[in-house]
Design a protein around this ligand. Sequence first.
Ligand code: PGA
Length: 251
Amino acid sequence: MEAAVRRKLVAANWKMNGSSAANAQWVAAWRAVKAPCEVAVCAPFVYLPQVGAGLAGTSAELGAQNLSEQAPGAFTGEVAGEMLLEVGCRWVIVGHSERRAMYGENSELVAKKAARAVALGLKPIVCVGETLAERDAGRTLEVVGTQLAAVLSLCPVEQLASGALAYEPVWAIGTGRTATPAQAQEVHAAIRAQLARADTQAAQRARILYGGSVKPGNAGELFAQPDIDGGLIGGASLAAAEFAAICAAAT
Ligand code: PGA
């Protein structure tokens, strides 16, 4: 199979962190950074206009952390993809494990959200990953495969490849416990093989990010794996310098 050239992508997931003052500091520091990769900064909804304005003229694109599966209408507390586009978002995280575990997002809803994003031209970062109990039971590939299959039932690989997938083992998120490069590569390769069964060429183009306790010290080794095309960075994205150091590892 012909080797695809996939430009690395590093995305910041600020989660429910930030403040007007902290965001202003972050973007001011970021403006001096020359990242060798594509970059997305996924900020909380209310700060999107502020962060978007701060990132203007840099190579980083704005992203959100969630969207509604619905078109605008009577859905109290929800945010539509149209609104994200209007405030300048190009990216949106979909199906993060924190939303699956704490906000009841099942694979069917995650698939609808991904489909809504791509229908609007927003680039989704669709997250999949197993819990520690599932890994210990030897069910990692089955769990990740089932999560991915739900998304593929509504979104062709071609459309998913406009955004990215993110493999985030739940046991590695915010725990300081990273998957080894070999553990991550095994799952990334399985994800790409599953994509390839649906669309060989689009599977070669699709970027698969690793997320879970990525730090400047382990990013290079992870990003060097053949099927790891960048990262989704939580805690270490909150300081611009640390995030920039991770981006620097994505050459
Ligand atoms: P972490 O989070 O880098 O803090 O582990 C990653 C994520 O949840 O996207």
